[in-house]
Design a binder for this molecule. Structure first.
Ligand code: ADP
Ligand code: MG
Length: 232
């Protein structure tokens, strides 16, 4: 858990192994991977396609169970939890942003950002107020009644970021969030992510191929032979 800071990591991946069966073969994608993520720290995960970036994010986000090893969230081991308990942690502690926005097309930006809060049990009034605040904070105050199809690619991604942090997670995982965007828009969306990290002290891990953006983050890691390596 080497990091300048003595605080405990928000997420700690310990000796993660993840394998997929491919016909008669077993593909070992992660093989003893270790990674700590700290509050307020932005970390770039830069590695070639097919090396296991998405797999690592899914394991860290409790979307996939590792075959071996342990995922600690806030110091708590998660492998022994029930599906319901893992789902609860995912809803309250973890935000996910994907390469495509994955917003619900028939709902407005506001409703999309309210949704995870309603699922968690907040009232419509509380959810609406917080959704308005986050959208305004990300420069989307005039877009709240727009449906996804009525937004630009960059706006859609910023709504997706707002949705990911609607429940004030401690971890924000983004899987090539600017991969579909032109450089100028990518910059704008990246700035929104960094703005969220500074404002909320969330721990952020972004899988990206964009070296310019990676260079602007606090720390860079890669994947080699199924293990996480520190860059720089
Ligand atoms: P990356 O995000 O770095 O491109 P992935 O984590 O998506 O890599 O995938 C890593 C490897 O695992 C790839 O070779 C991919 O084909 C394989 N893989 C991913 N998911 C599955 C799955 N559900 N079943 C079989 N193989 C998979
Ligand atoms: Mg991927």
């Amino acid at each position: 858990m080497e990091q300048g800071d003595n605080d405990a990591p928000v997420v700690y991946l310990h000796e993660i192994r993840r394998q997929y069966l491919q016909g008669d073969d077993t593909l070992t994608i992660l093989d003893g991977a270790k990674l700590g993520l700290w509050a307020g720290q932005s970390v770039a995960l830069v590695a070639p396609s097919g090396t296991g970036k998405s797999t690592l994010l899914h394991v860290a986000g409790l979307l996939e169970q590792p075959d071996d090893g342990e995922v600690y969230i806030g110091g708590m081991a998660t492998s022994g939890l029930s599906d319901a308990e893992r789902t609860q942690i995912r809803r309250t502690e973890i935000g996910f942003v994907y390469q495509s926005h994955r917003l619900l097309p028939e709902f407005t930006a506001l409703e999309n950002v309210m949704m995870p809060q309603l699922i968690r049990g907040l009232s419509r009034r509380e959810a609406s107020q917080r959704a308005r605040e986050i959208l305004a904070y990300l420069g989307l105050g005039k877009r709240i009644t727009h449906r996804p199809a009525e937004l630009s690619g960059g706006e859609q991604q910023r709504v997706a970021i707002a949705r990911a942090v609607a429940n004030a997670p401690r971890v924000l995982l983004a899987d090539e969030p600017t991969g579909n965007l032109d450089p100028h828009t990518a910059d704008h969306v990246f700035n929104a992510l960094m703005q969220i990290v500074r404002a909320t002290q969330v721990a952020m891990l972004i899988a990206t191929h964009n070296m310019d953006l990676a260079a602007r983050m606090d720390r860079r890691v890669s994947l080699a032979d199924g293990q996480v390596i520190e860059l720089d």
